[in-house]
Design a protein around this ligand. Structure first.
Ligand code: NAI
Length: 480
């Protein structure tokens, strides 16, 4: 089966970049990305401002848009025309009902499946789950489609989870470590898997395309995110030991990462992981284990989340205790609000939680992020699970567009995101304008701690004890 037209439902962080790269690499295929949100689609069609910030994305979109890449809210026409449909809608953690706080909410997936069944009138369609879903979600999609199939229509449902990381999405899509495709182990299933593989084969070597059964593919996505999150929680747990003992977490990470069985990546200690996926997917796995009556396995993975919560709290507590156990009415400059550099995405950002803990103590926060908008920051900090009093948040929080102004008069600067520009600031200039003693809390280990110490800062870094200004000098030996 040769795919000529693709429809992607969901124009978010995954659907937009993924389909833009497919369009770029497959000029013979027409790709239409659709969404319910008119404003999101308008932004995808705008020349000024795409709805997501992702290095390299604009070039790809500009190259293909209007040729073989289209963004639209006409969902039905795009579904109707396509041979292959990607489902890339959001699958957030449920906020109420059974599995609240852990299970994935599949209502958006289900509504898309129902829409496809309603709209498709004829032909063979391949429906691809690109969203991250609990194991056996493809079966639910299949059942909805089968129960509503019109005569002359047939469906194959595939799992093709996305492994891109925000901030490096275009690079990840152009040269992925692997592409995973799961499908039914039947002749129809194999045919559909091959049809999807042939799209990726336009630019990805065949040996990097892994073909599995559907459930292996679905579980592999949850497992991959759980393993990645677990590495971060593992090194973060070590960072707490390092701070208590004088070991340096970077040295420990280097020492263990050079073991080829462990590897060096994802061993950077920090104030905790964020992003829309890790917590959601690990919780999803925990819920799955509970549902499978595997409480020990559930508890094992739950601990990855517990350590992450602990790390965020620990970082905030350190700030408060260093500032003489009170931050009430103290101006504190927060550098970075996105969950990592090179994205404006703030979903589950650790910065939100550190700000929350400081706001709970009555600190006055001045927040600077090179990409995140004021509206987004205020919306995150006034979310009901973060604050019960939005007016108080508005009163205590200022959003700065200039980092130097943000830090002027501040008692402390707090690095929450590892934006490269933070490394190059003039810290002498910053120090001169700050209240004294001036504190620097580096939640990402990106600043030159020795330099800051020389300037007079009190410096705290995750996972290592930095020499303190007020350290008691070693008594020199008596001279004869
Ligand atoms: P997102 O929230 O940025 O985008 C989802 C889009 O789907 C939204 O624009 C929403 O309006 C649209 N949508 C929802 N219901 C719809 C419907 N019935 N019809 C048409 N459009 C609809 O979400 P994101 O980040 O792109 O994630 C999508 C999926 O991909 C999730 O399952 C996520 O876990 C997974 N994923 C996300 C990654 C990331 O880095 N953000 C990486 C890998 C997987």
């Amino acid at each position: 089966m040769k795919i000529q037209k693709i429809c992607c439902i969901g124009a978010g962080y995954v659907g937009g970049p993924t389909c833009s790269v497919i369009a770029m690499q497959c000029p013979d295929i027409e790709v239409t990305v659709v969404d319910l949100s008119q404003s999101r689609i308008d932004e995808w069609n705008s020349d000024e401002h795409l709805p997501i910030y992702e290095p390299g994305l604009k070039d790809v979109v500009t190259k293909c848009r209007g040729k073989n890449l289209f963004f639209s809210t006409d969902i039905d026409s795009a579904i109707h025309a396509a041979d292959l449909l990607f489902i890339s809608v959001n699958t957030p953690t449920k906020t109420f009902g059974l599995g609240k706080g852990r299970a994935a909410d599949l209502k958006y997936i289900e509504s898309v499946a129902r829409r496809i069944a309603e709209v498709v009138e004829s032909g063979e369609k391949i429906v691809v789950e690109k969203s991250t879903v609990p194991v056996r979600a493809a079966e639910s999609i299949q059942r909805i489609l089968k129960a509503n199939t019109k005569p002359g229509v047939s469906y194959q449902v595939l799992s093709n989870p996305e492994f891109l990381a925000e901030g490096t999405a275009i690079q990840d899509l152009i040269s992925p470590d692997r592409v995973l495709i799961g499908g039914e182990q039947t002749s129809g299933g194999y045919k559909a898997i091959d049809a999807l593989a042939s799209i990726y084969e336009h630019w990805i070597p065949k040996h990097k395309i892994i073909k599995t059964n559907t459930w292996s593919s679905e579980l592999s996505k949850l497992a991959a995110n759980a393993f990645l999150a677990q590495r971060i929680s593992s090194i973060n747990s070590m960072s707490a030991i390092c701070e208590a003992t004088g070991a340096d977490v970077n040295e420990v990470a280097h020492a263990i990462g050079t073991d080829s069985r462990v590897g060096p990546r994802f061993l950077q200690a920090s104030l905790g992981f964020g992003g829309s996926c890790f917590q959601k997917d690990v919780l999803n796995l925990v819920y799955l284990c509970e549902a499978l009556n595997l409480p020990e396995v559930a508890a094992y993975w739950q601990q990855v989340i517990n350590i992450n919560d602990f790390q965020r709290r620990r970082f905030a507590t350190k700030i408060i205790s260093c500032l003489f156990n009170t931050v009430t009415d103290k101006r504190i400059g927060i550098l970075g609000f996105s969950f990592k550099k090179n994205t404006a995405d703030t979903r589950e950002s650790s910065s939100i939680y550190v700000c929350k803990y400081l706001l709970d103590e009555g600190a006055q926060l001045v927040i600077y992020d090179p990409q995140v908008s004021r509206e987004q920051i205020i919306s995150d900090l006034t979310h009901p699970i973060i604050s019960e009093d939005p007016e108080r948040v508005e009163r205590l929080v200022t959003i700065a567009t200039d980092p130097y102004k943000a830090l002027s008069g501040a008692h402390a600067l707090v690095v929450c995101t590892e934006w490269d520009e933070f490394r190059g600031y003039d810290f002498q200039k910053i120090y001169d304008t700050m209240a004294k003693p001036a504190f620097a809390f580096d939640g990402r280990g990106i600043l030159d701690a020795e330099h800051l110490l020389e300037l007079g800062f009190h410096v705290e870094v995750i996972g290592k004890v930095v020499r303190k200004n007020n350290m008691i000098p070693i008594t020199p030996p008596a001279e004869n």
